[in-house]
Structures are given as structure tokens and as C-alpha cells.
Write a protein that binds this ligand. Structure first.
Ligand code: NAD
Length: 239
């Protein structure tokens, strides 16, 4: 199956770690050129990568980063929004401040909006695609996850709205359950290594992202792809 991503320019946010890093590597393996946007350093970057340091909540630095990538590679075909934070996971709502709640929404929602907003003219010119990282937390929750779940639910709605607002640009999101990344390790630690706990690899999420970024999924638009091993499909019915 050919993805036909060779020569495409892909802007990946959150590219210094976890799922974003896995996506950057997977696009490079397909022959794409990658703009790796992160507030942290992406480390060792090759000739087909332009590292751009930016905070996705800072509109002027996002605009400059988008122009740097488009200027270097001659446009932008795909945006992959992976930059995100978990916020105060585990804290009850009574101990969660409005500023903590707002910080999670600023990165996870406003950050996605800003990157797509500034890349939109390039994406429209290219007939491109956007893939945003939401989460199964858009649909299901555990105690102590109010800010994160609210932000991921908003990313699903943002995805659908953007798909309507940007004619000619496909916009979808992926909603994985727990992925073995530094973010998940920080929250869950050794729980990730328990054999009965279903955990996916960042490279598996990247496979879904590449499919949604490629013309093979040209009929898929405004959708949230939930990848949770089927856990959310199971009824509470005692059978
Ligand atoms: N790990 C999981 O279990 C899981 C599951 C579902 C969805 N997700 C989502 O996938 C995305 C990637 O998560 P991950 O697990 O790879 O996390 P991660 O912490 O390994 O990587 C996140 C990256 O985002 C960058 N980042 C954070 N805030 C930023 C900002 N303001 N500006 C620019 N860069 C910023 C960080 O520097 C980091 O490199 C997130 O949106 C996360 O919510 C993760």
C-alpha cells in the first residue's frame, strides 16, 4: 500500500517527544520533509527536517514557525498537532485552579487552533490535510482528569468544525488510549508495564496519523478515530 507522502511537507507539533517524534520519524521514512515544532529541542535532526522552537500558545511565534517551515520547503501539505500537556491529572476538581484548567485548554485546544489558523492558507493551496491528537479521554474518563478530558473533547469538536470551515482541507483527529510516552510514564509509571494493561506504542499511533494524512483516506473528513482496543465498546451489562 503506497501512502504517496514522499516530497510532502509536514508540520508536526510536539515533535520533540513521544507521539510527535514517532510521527516525524514515520513521515521521514516515507520520504516527506518535516517541520518539527516544539518548545523543546527535537535533538538530532537530519537534512529533511527543520527544527522550529515555538510555544503553541504564543500566536506570533506560531505564525513565525509556520512561515519558517513553508519558506524552507515551499509550502505545507500536512499539519499534525501533537503538542499537548496532561495538566493536574489525579487532582480532584476542588484542588484544581482555574489557571491550571486554563493552561491545559491553552496548550491542548488554543494551541491546535493557532497552528491550523496560520497554516490554513498553505494547506488550502496544497489541498492538504490536518490530523490532530485528541484522546480516548474525549469520550471516557477516570477520576481526576477534568481539565484533560475537557480539552480533548474540545479537540474532537474543533476537528469537526475545522473540517467544515476549511474547504478542500481534510481535518481528522486520532483518539488513542494510553500510549507509552514520557507523558504517560509521568502519570502512570510502572502501571504501563503490567501485562494485563493495554498500552499502545507511539509508532502505532503514527501509522493512523500517516493514513489520515495520505490520499488513501481522501473520503474521511471531520472524523475522530478512536483506538482503544475496543474497551469503550463494551457495555456495563453483566454478561
Ligand atoms: N501518551 C498518551 O497516553 C496519550 C494518549 C492519547 C492522546 N495523547 C496526546 O498525544 C499528544 C502527544 O502526547 P505524548 O504522550 O507524545 O506527550 P509527550 O509529553 O511525550 O510529548 C508532548 C510534546 O509536546 C510538547 N509541548 C507541550 N506543550 C507545548 C507547547 N506549549 N508548545 C510547544 N510544544 C509543547 C512537549 O515539549 C513535548 O515534546 C498530546 O496531545 C497528548 O494529549 C497522549
Amino acid at each position: 500500500m503506497r501512502l504517496d507522502l514522499a516530497g510532502k511537507t509536514v508540520l508536526v507539533t510536539g515533535a520533540a517527544s513521544g507521539i510527535g517524534l514517532a510521527c516525524a520519524r514515520a513521515f521521514l521514512a516515507e520520504g516527506a520533509r518535516v517541520g518539527a515544532l516544539d518548545r523543546a529541542s527535537s535533538g538530532d535532526v537530519g537534512p529533511d527536517v527543520l527544527e522550529v522552537r515555538a510555544d503553541v500558545t504564543d500566536e506570533s511565534s506560531v505564525a513565525a514557525a509556520v512561515e519558517a517551515v513553508a519558506g524552507k520547503f515551499g509550502g505545507i501539505d500536512v499539519v499534525v498537532g501533537c503538542a499537548g500537556i496532561q495538566g493536574p491529572v489525579g487532582a480532584p476538581i476542588a484542588e484544581t485552579s482555574a489557571s491550571e484548567f486554563g493552561e491545559v485548554l491553552a496548550v491542548n485546544v488554543t494551541g491546535q487552533f493557532l497552528v491550523v489558523k496560520h497554516a490554513a492558507p498553505r494547506l488550502t493551496a496544497a489541498g492538504g490535510a490536518v490530523v490532530l491528537l485528541a484522546s480516548d479521554s474525549a469520550f471516557t474518563s477516570a477520576p481526576g482528569m477534568v481539565p484533560y478530558c475537557a480539552s480533548k473533547g474540545a479537540v474532537v469538536a474543533l476537528t469537526r468544525a475545522l473540517s467544515v470551515d476549511l474547504p478542500g482541507v481534510r481535518v481528522n483527529c486520532v483518539c488513542p488510549s494510553v500510549v507509552d510516552t514520557p507523558m504517560a510514564r509521568a502519570d502512570l509509571g510502572a502501571v504501563l508495564d503490567a501485562p494485563e494493561f493495554p498500552v499502545q506504542a507511539a509508532s502505532e499511533v503514527a501509522h493512523q496519523v500517516l493514513f489520515l494524512a495520505s490520499s488513501l483516506s481522501r473520503t474521511v473528513n471531520g472524523q475522530a478515530v478512536l483506538a482503544d482496543f475496543g474497551v469503550s465498546a463494551r457495555s456495563g451489562f453483566p454478561a
